[in-house]
Design a protein around this ligand. Structure first.
Ligand code: SAH
Ligand code: DHB
Ligand code: MG
Length: 222
């Protein structure tokens, strides 16, 4: 099995099951034109995030790591009128382009972009948040996944879902000697996750246009 067949199958799945969306395509085209890295979620993963939000009846969504707003738009499209998505991004260029992409997609009124390192914006968000988030998507710098997960727990309720991207890293995650800081960050996250009694969790490997990676999901029980 090669990247080529993964890519072909992802295109088949996407062309067959994922309805084309001009705003999502435009967001990717604008991100590419602006030189942003193509590290957004794939279309079929974006649709999964959207479906999870729909299953949860999510009214409040938190995202850590906005990039050009591609995953943001997928999830915001699941919100009811009056719903809210807060997305955290440290890079001003990414945040500015995301703002334009999200507004052009017609979901701008539902989305707040908080500029700054997430470990600075999360305490401020917690201080002013009155209601918990129903869905939290962690997809920023991998070294801080454990602190992001701690904040996600603080900002959630029983029944909230926490999704964490990039938990496999081409399989490197199984290497305890890895010199890759991102891999070490993810290994610390697995250790933290298995020792957290308030959640039940699993992880799924993925292949496709984004290579070989995976995501974890943690359901908050209490
Ligand atoms: N969720 C996006 C992809 C995010 S890529 C999508 O699927 O479409 C990761 C993003 O996290 C990048 O834009 C990067 O600038 C941002 N990031 C990195 N470190 C961060 C930090 N400390 N705080 C907030 N955002 C950060
Ligand atoms: C990288 C980050 C991501 O969020 C992702 O989905 C893929 C790659 C990266 O930093 O390389
Ligand atoms: Mg990612």
């Amino acid at each position: 099995m090669t990247d080529e067949v993964w890519t072909t199958v992802e295109r088949y799945i996407t062309d067959t099951l994922v309805r084309p969306d001009a705003a999502l395509d435009a967001a990717l085209a604008a991100s590419d034109a602006a030189g942003l890295p193509a590290i957004n979620v794939s279309p079929n993963q974006g649709k999964l995030l959207q479906m999870l939000a729909l299953m949860l009846g999510a009214k409040r969504i938190l995202e850590i790591g906005t990039l050009g707003g591609y995953s943001t738009i997928w999830m915001a499209r699941a919100l009811p009128p009056g719903g809210r998505l807060v997305t955290l991004e440290t890079d001003r260029k990414h945040a500015d382009l995301a703002r334009r992409n999200i507004d052009a997609a017609g979901v701008g009124a539902l989305v707040d972009i908080e500029l700054g390192p997430a470990l600075d914006t999360l305490p401020k968000l917690a201080a002013r948040s009155r209601e918990p988030f129903d869905l939290i998507f962690i997809d920023a710098d991998k070294t801080s996944t454990v602190p992001y997960f701690e904040w996600a727990l603080k900002l959630s309720r029983a029944g909230s879902l926490i999704v964490v991207d990039n938990v496999v890293r081409k399989g490197a995650v199984t290497d305890p000697q890895s010199s890759d800081k991102d891999v070490q960050g993810m290994r610390r996250f697995y250790d933290r996750l298995v020792n957290e009694p308030r959640v039940t969790a699993t992880a799924i490997q993925t292949v496709g246009t984004k290579g070989y990676d995976g995501f974890a999901i943690a359901l908050v029980k209490a």
